[in-house]
Design a protein around this ligand. Structure first.
Ligand code: PRP
Ligand code: GLN
Ligand code: MG
Length: 505
């Protein structure tokens, strides 16, 4: 779940892309990058770090040009080295740069094909470099000196035929414009919008609608699964369905945790969906535990707040902010290593003792994944003097790895994998543990857009919508990307043996 953005404007786009990346920061905290096109010359700045640390004034003034794309990264493949920060660049044909959110499930196979049949070199372990080269190859084989939107859509159709997995991508084709496309299952999100100016319309694509809001773009709509949007140099906008059999199954975890609450995703208000998750969870508590003795409902900031407030209202119990969040610590779940995640929970959250002392507290989180947060928070609640500590999760138990762009590659690192609710309860040290039912979660999501029949719920039910994920794939993924393997591969400095290769200034 990286963040992507692309803008074609009538003036320099650097500031608007920067602003958009800042509001997409919650989707990736490891690296950031912007590339702009200035009359055929590309300017690229990318590095590890937060947006505010990667781009200084000296970079911004060099990022000239009326069109550009940007990325914030949370790695799911390859290394966390700055050489794998995005956008990626390939010089032929036309000069293409690409930013990708998602994960290709057939990246290894495609890499072999690119080398053996397409005669292309891939220099990193990133699946996004593979995706870029597939797009480049599909454009190249058209064999045209000049291309139009039909050629670009034909190339995207070729990408859909070859690539499997989750991908929402934006690519800038030098001299032509920006194309964004969404995988045929619509697993990862993309929206597009327009801003009217005195010089004419300007267009933008982004992972989430909040990125449009911040720069004054009006949301037009989401890209449909398999669909592509092409914005030419003059900001004319063309859309086309490029997949043979698109099936809508967006990732439900976007609504649970990944997206910002103020985003509208596949026409669903993330905020309202989280409120409904709180409602259904409250109803389950009332159903299964009518004689509960909860004194107070306390959310675990930040993401669970929306649902927790609604839950407290339905239970008719006080909602109290018992934990204060340090606003300078980022999201812990998307941090790269378990050591860092564990340390950050205490740095990030501190208890207000008086809200806990002598009380039976119900702590609410949006999800329990590795159990890092819940385990420590329950301990903190006890240290603060709570009498009983109950815990409820607005999502069902996360039991299976994610292969579509969320870095949960290893089943064994998931606290609920192979464990019953009772075993998880014991492990995290709660006096009682309640999970949302999957059907209630789906209902909470669907109420926002009843036209969506199917969501990717693979982390909850182990059903992978692309149909190509088997035991062998999951085993290989686990071996390659479990925490210990990643640490060994990246080292403390982040894969110091991989030198950065740059061919644009
Ligand atoms: O079981 P775990 O492995 O700890 O993962 C789940 C926790 O991680 C996330 O919080 P995070 O701190 O990333 O972000 P937030 O501030 O948006 O809640 C999520 O909201 C849960 O609190
Ligand atoms: N989280 C993502 O969307 C990751 C994108 C890409 N697979 C990478 O690792 O850089
Ligand atoms: Mg959280």
């Amino acid at each position: 779940m990286c963040g992507i953005v692309g803008i074609v404007a009538k003036t320099n786009v650097n500031q608007s892309i920067y602003d958009a990346l800042t509001v997409l920061q919650h989707r990736g905290q490891d690296a950031a990058g912007i590339v702009t096109s200035d009359e055929g010359r590309l300017h690229l700045r990318k590095d590890n770090g937060l947006v505010k640390d990667v781009f200084h004034t000296r970079h911004m003034i060099k990022l000239k040009g009326f069109m550009g794309i940007g990325h914030v990264r949370y790695p799911t493949a390859g290394h966390s080295t700055s050489a794998e920060a995005q956008p990626f660049y390939v010089n032929s044909p036309y000069g293409i740069t690409l930013a990708h959110n998602g994960n290709l499930t057939n990246a290894d196979e495609l890499k072999r094909e690119l080398f053996a049949s397409d005669l292309r070199h891939i220099n990193t372990g990133s699946d996004s470099e593979v995706l870029l080269n597939i797009l480049a190859h599909e454009l190249q084989q058209l064999g045209k000196m000049r291309i139009d939107e039909n050629d670009i859509f034909a190339a995207v159709a070729g990408v859909h035929r070859r690539c499997k997995g989750g991908y929402a991508a934006v690519a800038m084709i030098t001299g032509y414009g920006i194309v964004a496309f969404r995988d045929p299952h619509g697993i990862r999100p993309v929206v597009f919008g327009v801003r009217e100016t005195s010089n004419g319309p300007e267009c933008m694509v982004a992972s989430e609608s909040v990125a449009l809001d911040v720069s004054g773009f009006d949301l037009i709509r989401d890209l449909e699964p398999g669909e592509a949007v092409f914005i030419d140099r003059d900001a004319n906008l063309y859309t086309r369905q490029c997949a043979e059999k698109p099936v809508t199954s967006p990732c439900i975890f976007e609504l649970v945790y990944l997206a910002r609450p103020d985003s509208i995703m596949d026409r669903i208000s993330v905020y309202k969906a989280r409120m409904r998750m709180g409602e259904t969870l409250a109803e389950k508590i009332l159903r299964e535990w009518p004689d509960h003795d909860i004194d107070v409902v306390i959310p675990i900031p930040d993401t669970s707040r929306t649902g927790a407030l609604e839950l407290a209202n339905i239970l008719g119990i006080k909602y109290r902010e018992g934990f204060v969040k340090n606003r300078y610590i980022g999201r812990t779940f998307i941090m790269p290593g378990q050591k860092m995640r564990k340390k950050s929970v205490r740095q990030k959250l501190n208890a207000i003792d008086m809200e806990f002392r002598g009380k039976n507290v119900l702590l609410i989180d949006d999800s329990i994944v590795r159990g890092t947060t819940s385990q420590q928070i329950i301990q903190m609640a006890r240290e603060a003097g709570a009498n009983k500590v109950y815990f409820a999760s607005a999502a069902p138990p996360v039991r299976y790895p994610n292969v579509y762009g969320i870095d949960m590659p290893s089943a064994n690192e998931l606290v609920a994998h192979g464990r019953t609710v009772e075993q998880v309860r014991e492990l995290i040290g709660a006096d009682r543990l309640i999970f949302q039912e999957l059907e209630d979660l789906i209902a909470a999501a669907r109420e926002g857009n009843p036209r969506i029949d199917n969501f990717d719920c693979s982390v909850f039910d182990g059903r992978y919508v692309t149909g190509d994920v088997d035991e062998a794939y999951l085993n290989a993924l686990e071996e390659r990307r479990n925490d210990a393997a990643k640490e060994a591969a990246d080292g403390k400095e982040g894969a110091p043996d991989i030198l950065d290769l740059r061919n644009s200034a």
